[in-house]
Write a protein that binds this ligand. Structure first.
Ligand code: ADP
Ligand code: GLC
Length: 485
C-alpha cells in the first residue's frame, strides 16, 4: 500500500487553533498536516466543545448514532480545519461537551465530574469508525493520551475490527483514573477489569487501557520512551511498558515551522532571520516596553512560557530568582495553572517590578513575542515528554536552558567546550533536579552571553537545525504501514 491509500483517524481532545491547553494541541494540528503532505488520508475526531463548533468551517451532519450509555442521540458532524486542509469529525453531544470552561476542567480549575463519560464516549465513537459501523473506514486509529485510551480497548472487545490502533503518550503523568463504576456506565466487559486489562489498583485507568490493548505504542521522544520504562518516570505503568517494549517507539515531535518562523511571524514588531539577527533586539525592546520593564541595554532578558505545574520545575526556579536578577538580568514569565505557583511568581514580580514581569493567563501573541524578544529561554522541567518551546526558542535565536530529561535531552546540545568547538552547541543543559545546578547553569549562560561571538554561534547553530515535522511524520507513516500491511 502506498501512503496515498492509507486512511488514519487521529483522535484528540484538543487541537490548535480551536482549543488548546498545551503541546498536544500543537501536535494535533501540525502532525496531521504533515501526514497529509505525505499523501496520508488523515482525518481528525474531536469532541464538539463550543469553540470547535463555532470555528470549524463547512460543518454538515455526517452520521447519527445512538449509544446505550447515553439517552440523547449523538451526531457526528464533518468539517475542515479553519484555513487548513485536514477534514475533521466532531461529536455533537450538548450535554457532554457544550458548556463554559476548558476541555477538562471548569473555570475554577476543577476537573469536570463526568470526564469518564465525556472521554469514554469520545473513545466509543472513535472505535465505531474502526469496526465497520461508520462511513469513513480508517486502517489506523491514532489515539492521543488518556482521553482516547479506551479506543484500543473497545476495538479489542469487538470480534472483527478492521482498524489497528496506535496509542501515543504525550504525558504519563495524566492517566484518566476513575471509580470502577464507570465500567457499567461505559459497558466495559467485566473480564477487562483485571491486571491484564484496564484495572489499575482497583480503579479503571484509561491510559492503562490504551497501553495494554493498543497494537502499537508511541511516545513523543526517544529519551522519554526509555524514561517511562523506569519507576521514576513511569507513573506506576513502567512494568507494563517494559513488557511492551518491543511495541514501543519514541518519535520526536516536530514543530509547525510556518507558525513559528521569526521571518514571517505576524506577532513580532520586527521580523528577522538568521542573516539579520541584529534585528532581534528590536523585539527585545518592544517586549520590555509592552511588559513595562525598563530598558537594560547590556543585561539579558530571560523568558519562560509554561503551564505552571510541578512538571515544569518552577519550584526549582523560584528560590534562585533573586540571585539571578541581582546580576541585572530581567525575567518575563507567561503562564497559568497551579494557584500557589501563580501567587509566588506574582509576589516576586511585585517586589521587583524593574526586573520581573509575570503575566498570568493564556496569550498566544505574547508567547510569540517572548520567544522573539527574550535572549534566554528557561525550561528546567523535572520531566518533559518532548517539549516544544525549546524548539521554538532555537528557531528564534533564543538560547534555551533545559534539564537533561526526555525530549529536552534529545533536542538541545549543551554548550560544552567540545560542542562549541564542533559548532553543534545550541543551549545550556543541567543534570540534577535541584536549584543549585539550575543556578550554576544559568550563571554559565549569563557568562557566555557576554561573549558575543560564541553567543551568535549558539544562535546560528539553533536556527540552522531542522525541527520540522517532515522526518518524524515519515516515521509515523512507516509504522502505519507495518501495522496495516
Ligand atoms: P506542555 O504540552 O507540557 O504544556 P509543550 O512545550 O509541549 O508543553 O507545549 C506547550 C505549548 O503551549 C507551547 O505551544 C506553548 O507556547 C504553549 N503555552 C503554554 N502556556 C502558555 C500560555 N500561558 N500562553 C500561551 N501559550 C502557552
Ligand atoms: C505533553 C508534554 C510535552 C509534549 C506535548 C506534545 O503535554 O508535556 O512535553 O511536548 O505533550 O507532545
Amino acid at each position: 500500500m502506498n501512503s496515498s491509500n492509507i486512511r488514519v483517524l487521529f483522535v484528540t481532545s484538543e487541537v490548535y487553533p480551536l482549543v488548546k491547553t498545551g503541546g498536544l494541541a500543537d501536535v494535533s494540528y501540525a502532525l496531521p498536516n504533515a501526514l497529509r503532505q505525505l499523501g496520508v488520508d488523515v482525518r481528525l475526531l474531536l469532541p464538539g466543545y463550543p469553540a470547535v463548533l463555532e470555528q470549524l468551517s463547512l460543518i454538515e451532519v455526517h452520521e447519527e448514532i445512538r449509544l446505550e450509555s447515553l439517552q440523547e442521540p449523538i451526531r457526528v458532524l464533518a468539517g475542515t480545519m479553519p484555513g487548513g486542509i485536514t477534514p475533521v469529525y466532531v461529536i455533537e453531544c450538548p450535554s457532554l461537551y457544550e458548556r463554559d470552561g476548558g476541555p477538562y476542567q471548569d473555570n475554577a480549575g476543577k476537573d469536570w465530574p463526568d470526564n469518564a463519560l465525556r472521554f469514554g464516549i469520545l473513545s466509543k465513537v472513535a472505535a465505531l469508525f474502526g469496526n465497520h459501523s461508520l462511513l469513513f473506514k480508517p486502517h489506523i486509529i491514532h489515539c492521543n493520551d488518556w482521553q482516547t485510551g479506551l479506543v484500543p480497548a473497545f476495538l479489542a472487545f469487538n470480534s472483527n475490527p478492521h482498524a489497528r490502533t496506535v496509542m501515543s503518550v504525550h504525558n504519563m503523568a495524566y492517566q484518566g483514573i476513575f471509580n470502577p463504576e464507570v465500567k457499567e456506565l461505559l459497558d466495559l466487559p467485566p473480564e477487562s477489569f483485571s491486571m491484564f486489562g484496564l484495572e489499575y489498583h482497583g480503579q479503571v485507568s484509561f491510559l492503562k487501557a490504551g497501553l495494554y490493548y493498543a497494537d502499537w505504542i508511541t511516545t513523543v521522544s526517544p529519551s522519554y520512551a526509555k524514561d517511562i520504562q523506569t519507576p521514576t518516570y513511569g507513573s506506576g505503568l513502567d512494568g507494563l511498558l517494559r513488557e511492551r517494549q518491543n511495541q514501543l517507539t519514541g518519535i520526536l515531535n516536530g514543530i509547525d515551522t510556518a507558525a513559528w518562523d521569526p521571518e514571517t511571524d505576524p506577532y513580532l514588531s520586527r521580523n528577522y532571520h538568521i542573516k539579520n539577527l541584529q534585528v532581534k533586539v528590536r523585539n527585545t525592546q518592544a517586549l520590555r516596553t509592552k511588559l513595562r520593564l525598563p530598558p537594560a541595554k547590556q543585561a539579558p532578558l530571560l523568558g519562560m512560557i509554561s503551564r505552571l505545574t510541578e512538571q515544569k520545575g518552577i519550584d526549582l526556579l523560584l528560590p534562585i530568582i533573586p540571585t539571578i536578577i541581582k546580576t541585572g538580568a530581567q525575567l518575563a514569565v507567561l503562564g497559568s495553572g497551579d494557584g500557589d505557583l501563580e501567587k509566588r511568581l506574582q509576589q516576586l514580580a511585585e517586589q521587583n517590578p524593574t526586573h520581573i514581569s509575570v503575566t498570568i493567563g493564556y496569550d498566544e501573541e505574547l508567547a510569540h513575542q517572548i520567544e522573539a524578544g527574550a535572549n534566554i529561554f528557561l525550561m528546567p522541567s523535572k520531566f518533559e515528554p518532548c517539549g516544544l518551546n525549546q524548539m521554538y526558542s532555537m528557531c528564534y535565536g533564543t538560547i534555551p536552558i533545559v534539564r537533561h530529561t526526555g525530549g529536552l535531552a534529545d533536542t538541545v546540545v549543551d554548550a560544552t567546550y567540545d560542542n562549541i568547538q564542533n559548532k553543534i552547541a545550541t543551549g545550556f543543559v543541567f543534570e540534577e533536579e535541584n536549584s543549585e545546578e539550575l543556578l550554576s547553569c544559568v550563571q554559565r549562560a549569563l557568562r557566555t552571553f557576554r561573549d558575543k561571538t560564541t553567543w551568535r554561534m549558539l544562535q546560528i547553530n539553533g536556527m540552522s537545525r531542522d525541527f520540522s515535522w517532515h522526518h518524524s511524520a515519515k516515521q509515523y507513516v512507516s509504522r502505519y504501514h507495518q501495522l496495516s500491511d
